[in-house]
Design a protein around this ligand. Sequence first.
Ligand SMILES: N[C@@H](CCC(=O)N[C@@H](CS)C(=O)NCC(=O)O)C(=O)O
Length: 212
Amino acid sequence: MAHPIVYGPAMSSYVWSARLALAEKGVTHELVDVPFGAHREEPHLARHPFAKLPAFEHDGFALYETQAIMRYVDERFAGTPLQPEDVHEWSRMNQIIGIVDAYAGPSIAETILFNRVLVPRLLGGTPDEAAIAAALPCARLCLAEIDRLMEDHRFLASDHVSLADLMVIPLLYYFGNVSDGRAPMAEHPKLENWVRHMETRQSFQVTKPPPI
Ligand SMILES: N[C@@H](CCC(=O)N[C@@H](CS)C(=O)NCC(=O)O)C(=O)O
């Protein structure tokens, strides 16, 4: 049986989340690089008509949207389940995934990290400081809410790792490593400890992108 394929650059937080799910399940996969820019052209548009990263393929089944990919991986492959059985914990997981899709992704990844890291280092441009400043309140609210929703669990939705942790960790790992994110992260020692805990997992180590 063919290995699953993830299409996208290793450094993308969404690509990283999809790969984390595969690594947590112990599934070998192939990463096919799609550099930023190439995602707006064929052949990537055929895989993802909305021109986003990642796209995914397994056994002739094509999929996009990170949370759908992660759910497929969890359901399709054996290994420790990545979705809690308890309905409250399962709903909390879904809520946190929704926060990433609707609020944390657009503010932290698409605005702050894009402008602070990708624009100067890969695109040779100047960060849009006004856009970063405008995104920071939403980023801070995401941290506050994820911290609050975590309560006193070991992981974000329960005492076991779930898709919520895998969706959030790339964003908060990156955010804690840029100047704009250090102070907001320091206001949430519980989340900082969780990041350090997630960093020790084998799945994190084997999927961690090379420095940009
Ligand atoms: N809802 C999509 C969002 C994916 C997304 O925003 N990916 C970013 C990469 S980190 C992207 O494709 N950015 C390029 C662009 O927006 O042009 C998902 O969950 O897969």
